[in-house]
Design a protein around this ligand. Structure first.
Ligand code: UDP
Length: 486
């Protein structure tokens, strides 16, 4: 660590959703453990989601500068949102509240500017979905680094679509196409992409934000990526050489949560989570399937019923996180039938602890990038069930490039659950049997997954690729700071 004068003062500003906050808190901890003076900026109702992890870090850390939390009010009132509605998962209706939420977030621009002026940072690391932070940081003369929350592969896939426009030349009767110019042959279905001619009205503000975010992309200082070089070397190179991006791979950031208490403190974890961990203690190694769809996805009752049957029919023990889906859809007698063989978690689950439990042998995921990378770092083969965002790209990475994924059969990009065709119980059952089975193909997937787990661990160790890249970024920022002082 350098002298106190060289300590970088960095402000982290995460977007208000667990899938964005959790990796950014981990990233903040990584910077702090390398000597940076770190502040996390958020709003009052989001503070309880961040504070336990920060307190935990500060009390166990041997580093001289504790991580600070700085709060600015969230203007729920000004846009007509209920008080305390400051987090994506606190929205009760996508259709009526997303636009208001987006507007409230954009109103944080002036408070953010005041924070930069008052507290004077050397650099801002802010979420991709807060593109105006670039403009404000630039006005204050400091670099802004983007936290994109995704991986190199997905960025290259998006670039391929924009650069080569393969859909424009695709005959209307054809459904599948290959993404041009990528290091591997990656085939997608038309239905797996957001159809820009059928954007649901409530998503228009979000699309505008993404447009703005792309515009300021190349002007920002660079991007920190929650990935590691050995996972996707071809795409890290492609991103640099073809996309011309400056990016530092510093992940898997979740591996900084080594202690059990850190893993469990990540976003809470309730009573069933604890029961589930005790239940897992009694299961044999690699025997249990874990299924979870991240922090914001929801499903129709019909789809939930098919899922319930698929898991039951697979014959494998399972843990399924359904969170706040209610009970009405649960098939009659289901919970009695699965007793001893399956656990439904109806609240926030301690996902890192579950994934890393030795009884867990497979993971059905919606392919959110955090979950995907956490599954990789835990050495698990995965059943892939993407829904929207860049999840269909992540599925291709897991299945085609890394060889650790089995598609469940979700092929339509749709944000609203009722717009998605129902995936049948038999498709889930078949995918679970393949992931958890013991044939040659399943063994090979397991072998690959174990290999990637080892690579992930090495990447974040002292001297590993992610450890070194983070070091390079910190060094570069220190140099920049010195230039500014001179
Ligand atoms: N997560 C968790 N418990 C849950 C659901 C999710 O700990 O019950 C965590 C999960 O470990 C991951 C994050 O929430 O770190 C979800 O991020 P991801 O990118 O996978 O999906 P998103 O929620 O953004 O769709």
């Amino acid at each position: 660590m350098g002298s106190i004068h060289e300590n970088l003062k960095i402000l982290f500003f995460p977007y208000f959703a667990q899938g964005h906050m959790l990796p950014m808190i981990d990233m903040a901890k990584l910077f702090a453990s390398r000597g940076a003076d770190v502040t996390i900026l958020t709003t009052p109702a989001n503070s309880p989601l961040i504070l336990p992890a920060v307190d935990q870090f500060n009390s166990s850390s041997t580093f001289p500068i504790p991580i600070r939390l700085h709060l600015i009010p969230f203007p729920s009132d000004a846009v007509g949102l209920p008080e305390g509605c400051e987090h994506l998962s606190s929205l009760t209706s996508n259709t009526t509240q997303i636009a208001k939420f987006a507007e409230a977030v954009s109103l944080l621009r002036n408070p953010f500017d005041r924070v930069l002026k008052e507290l004077r940072f050397d650099c801002v690391v802010s979420d991709f979905f807060l593109p105006w932070t670039y403009d404000v940081a630039a006005d204050n003369g400091i670099p802004r680094i983007i936290f994109e929350g995704s991986n190199f592969f997905a960025a290259c896939a998006v670039d391929s679509l924009e650069r080569h426009k393969p859909l424009e030349s695709l005959p209307p009767e054809e459904e599948s196409f290959v993404l041009p110019g990528l290091p591997h042959r990656i085939e997608l279905l038309r239905s797996q992409l957001q159809d820009n001619t059928k954007v649901v009205p409530f998503m228009i503000p979000v699309i505008e934000i993404v447009k703005h975010a792309r515009e300021v992309y190349s002007k920002s200082f660079g991007t920190v990526v929650n990935s590691f070089y050995e996972l996707e070397p071809d795409y890290a190179e492609h991103s640099r050489k073809v996309l011309g991006r400056r990016a530092w791979h510093v992940g898997p950031v979740a591996l900084c949560n080594q202690a059990e208490v850190d893993k469990s403190g990540r976003g809470g974890g309730g009573k069933t989570g604890e029961e589930c961990l005790r239940w897992l203690d009694e299961r044999s190694p690699g025997s249990v399937l874990y299924m979870c769809f991240g922090s914001i996805c929801n499903f129709t009752a019909t789809q939930l019923k098919e899922m319930a049957m698929g898991l039951e029919d697979s014959g494998h023990p399972f843990v399924w996180v359904i969170r706040d889906a209610g009970d009405e859809w649960i098939p009659e007698g289901y919970e009695e039938r699965i007793e001893g063989r399956g656990i439904l978690i109806k609240e926030w689950a301690p996902q890192l602890l579950i994934l890393n439990h030795e009884a867990v042998g497979g993971f059905v995921t919606h392919c959110g990038w955090n979950s995907s990378l956490e599954g990789i770092a835990a050495g698990l083969p995965m059943g892939t069930w993407p829904l929207y965002a860049e999840q269909f790209f992540n599925e291709r990475l897991l299945v085609d490039v890394l060889g650790i994924g089995v598609e469940v059969g979700s092929n339509v990009f749709a944000i609203l659950p009722e717009d998605r065709p129902v995936v049948k119980a038999r498709d889930l059952e078949a995918a679970v049997r393949r992931v958890m089975g013991d044939g040659e193909e399943a063994e090979e997937r397991r072998r690959r997954a174990r290999e990637l787990k080892e690579m992930a661990r090495k990447a974040v160790e002292v001297g590993g690729s992610s450890y070194n890249d983070l070091g390079k970024l910190i060094e570069e920022l220190r140099e920049k700071k010195k230039e500014q002082i001179v």
